[in-house]
Design a protein around this ligand. Structure first.
Ligand SMILES: [Zn+2]
Length: 112
């Protein structure tokens, strides 16, 4: 599937613990105070998840990377809105949960 077609299928609002998180897509995410260019960012105060669609070099990212980033950021939102704030700062923990969700959801989607 073409990346822009895939992005068009993603809801622009996803509720996490009944809180409406806006899903925003940008070319790149730049942190002004350092050189970091993360692929995603979650802000629990503004209820916004921002997903980059291009790499630092300007190439359009693939569907799997964008999907993985969205799930990763949703895990951040889940943990951030719960009492697991310490775990939310552990990127490896967030990434493991993200990869498990990506593995499991396609196997059980018929349940919905
Ligand atoms: Zn993260």
């Amino acid at each position: 599937m073409d990346v822009s077609d895939y992005i068009a299928t993603i809801p622009r609002e996803i509720t996490v613990f009944n809180l409406p998180y806006k899903i925003l897509f940008v070319d790149q995410i730049n942190y002004p105070d350092n050189d970091a260019h993360p692929l995603g960012n979650t802000c629990c105060s503004s209820l916004e998840i921002t997903i980059a669609t291009k790499s630092v070099s300007g190439r359009t990212l693939g569907v799997e990377i964008i999907r993985g980033t969205l799930i990763h950021e949703l895990v951040h939102a889940m943990l951030g809105e719960s009492c697991f704030l310490e775990e939310n700062n552990k990127e490896c923990f967030v990434e493991i949960l993200s990869k498990l969700i990506i593995e499991i959801i396609p196997q059980i989607k018929e349940l919905y």
